[in-house]
Design a binder for this molecule. Sequence first.
Ligand code: GLY
Ligand code: MN
Ligand code: MN
Length: 406
Amino acid sequence: MIHKSRRQKLLNQIEDNGLIILSTNPENIRNGDVLYPFRPDSDFWYLTGFKEPECIAVISKDNYSIFLRERDPEREIWDGERLGVSRANEALMSDNAYPISELNQKLPQLISKSEHIYFDIDNTYRGSEILEMIPKSKLKSIKHLINEMRLHKDELEISLMRHAASISVKAHELAMQKVRSGMFEYEITSLFDQIFRANNAEHAYPPIVAGGKNSCILHYINNDQELHENDLLLIDSGCEYEGYASDITRTFPVSGKFSNAQKEIYSIVLDAQKVAIDEMYVGNNIRAPHFEASRVIKEGLISIGLMKPNDDIRKFYMHGTGHWLGMDVHDVGDYNIEDSPRRFEEGMVMTVEPGIYIRGDAKIDTKFHNIGIRIEDDVLITKNGPEVLTGSLVKEIDDIESIMTK
Ligand code: GLY
Ligand code: MN
Ligand code: MN
């Protein structure tokens, strides 16, 4: 039902005789004849609710047709049950269901009735074939309208995102409790695998489990090094539940006690994150969290003598403070409207993730070396202000130290 109302809402934004073609992404080979687990295209999932590969939806105001794989008793022994053509209309609320093998015969007929054909080829199944069937003069892009819809989360999406967040919170708590020096980063990674799978979720993106100097590598995913007593451990890991991502980073000491230098840097990042969250309210400039976080980080680093007023903050803080979050971890949605930053609106979800990264070759007191700290939460914009979906996960120094010694 929700998918039908989403299709309706999308159709209301195009011409009466417009027609939208959506296609899943293809299955991908991992190696030999082994495929990666299939994960449907987000737009396709969002608008159809259908999670099988090799499927194409054709949507107009008076007809919703779906092309899908036929039942195949032989293949189903190997790969599991398929919905199949005869059950599709009832399950998907479509008007017509056709075998995908009939795409070349049927799609031109469906297209021929319409003057405006909306289709985006990016990474879609049989995309170039579909494109060839569409007269150039009729072709339009639908992506932008779908992106705007996905950017504003509906109630169901918000509840799924809350649930994804709660699963990820549990995994981060377990990691804080279980870490000991001498363990390897992959042993901590496995706690995330376990909690996610035990809750019918999976990783939304490759987890970063980075001890010591690895905490300064922004996209570290090897996760194969030993953890030492004096290391910090930076973990950026979030699950996807029913198509919706969470994205959390916490940084904590392997020993369970922050050193004074670690505390100094951590406190600056935490202050930066808090002022950034305060900026996440309806009507405010979406760049405000980054401006404020950057200001607090710069002032903090100047106050402890690690930066001078004219230094470039990007030496220690070289990424943005947040991104849209939803079905994709870096979710769709414009950040600017006509070259100006857009304003926060109800139902948007953005991460807030300031950090400071001091590598071992920085020309400053060595007690600060190899300290990489990021604190990341997921924030829903509501009419009552920011709601931190991941807010139950500890981040104050005392609270982290206390959960780690229990
Ligand atoms: N985990 C990806 C990110 O924080 O953007
Ligand atoms: Mn993020
Ligand atoms: Mn992250």
